[in-house]
Design a protein around this ligand. Structure first.
Ligand SMILES: Cc1cc2nc3c(=O)[nH]c(=O)nc-3n(C[C@H](O)[C@H](O)[C@H](O)COP(=O)(O)O)c2cc1C
Length: 134
């Protein structure tokens, strides 16, 4: 948190299936006691041109954010930010847009401790539900 507040910025990267090991490593080891955590992961970073925070080069999508506020409450804490830029690997782009089915994003299931790959589009938002609207 200290870094986010001081820099007034942070980035959120979407990890993909080919990098599940590295993504899990970021979660099981803390930079507080492993100072070279990032180097040990084998991943590389570049500085965002929009905000004072790094972009992980191997992950396919990165949201570059300005820090808005930190929220702490009895049920947990959270960071609110404003996305000022999104970068995406060419290989997940199709017709000038991110194609989520190419991203191979991973999702975490906290109940079974599994990582799952997000694979295919199964519907159209704001449209499919209209079939049930009478
Ligand atoms: C799958 C997974 C999910 C996690 N989810 C959370 C979470 O929701 N909130 C949290 O505070 N820590 C969570 N953690 C633990 C942090 O990732 C852990 O404390 C990590 O060491 C923090 O790294 P840092 O100190 O370098 O920021 C999770 C870890 C893993 C492996």
């Amino acid at each position: 948190m200290k870094n986010i507040k001081a820099r007034k910025a942070f980035t959120v990267s979407i990890a993909d299936a080919p990098h599940v090991k590295e993504a899990d490593y970021f979660g099981v080891v803390s930079g507080n006691n492993t100072k070279d955590k990032f180097e040990r992961s084998g991943l590389t970073s570049e500085k965002s041109s929009m905000v004072d925070a790094p972009i992980i080069e191997e992950f396919p999508i990165c949201m570059e954010c300005e820090f808005i506020e930190y929220q702490d409450g009895p049920y947990g804490c959270g960071v609110v930010g404003k996305i000022v830029n999104v970068t995406a690997d060419e290989k997940v782009m199709k017709d000038g847009q991110i194609d989520v089915s190419l991203v191979r994003a991973i999702a975490f299931d906290p109940y079974t401790h599994g990582y799952y790959e997000v694979k295919e589009r199964v519907g159209d938002a704001f449209k499919d539900g209209m079939q049930l609207k009478k």
